[in-house]
Design a protein around this ligand. Sequence first.
Ligand SMILES: [Zn+2]
Ligand SMILES: [Zn+2]
Length: 245
Amino acid sequence: MSIDFIRRAARIALTDVCDMLLDRRCSGCGGSAPRDGEICSACDALVDRTGVALCLRCLHGDAVTPEVARGCPSHGSARLLLAGPRFEPPLDRLIHAFKYEGVSALAPWVASLLPEPPDLRGSVGREYVLVPVALHPARRAWRGYDQALLLAHEASVRWGVPVVEALVRVRDHPPQARLDPERRRTNVKGAFRVAARTLIEGRPCLLLDDVATTGSTLLEAAEALEQAGASWVLALSAAHGGQAP
Ligand SMILES: [Zn+2]
Ligand SMILES: [Zn+2]
């Protein structure tokens, strides 16, 4: 028996013991999690990877096409959202774990649901900046991380677009999850300011959040960026619609 073989066997046995002691579970179904991930293959297979292009004001839209600027019948094409799958089981449980149960290790998987903006591959893509929707500092301190910022770092590596933390949440407010759409809109009014105009002035911004339920938070953040001189804002979310559990 070679030393290498013994080492490998010892490493596998140690990982098994660690998994057993830590009782690693899939956040989607509670079944065993694979050694190299936080989500089991059955849950992963249940999540549809088709992105959608939606109007940010009313979340009307359909499958992503090269002509995302086609626009919404009610609101034109000024503000668009490229979103990952619908917020429904098992994705709702997974995102809940990512956001509220401290499972920050789900970030790469959740970020893999973000649809890639269509013209990033061209030279124009280099001018983009990725702007995460900011948590209020108090909420970020309490949670220990900012989930949109984690997603932005993952997307940044994948797309080669820099992350710019341009937004500051100036007002903490009750969590949006339990509010009706009308209350959500008033709830986020004036919630953001831009840290410094020079961060985004004249640049197209990819504004990023984990879930767009009604789009109201992203819309408010998009307006703050545009008022501070962003040339264009495209909102991105890993999931859309539904109600938080
Ligand atoms: Zn599972
Ligand atoms: Zn619309």
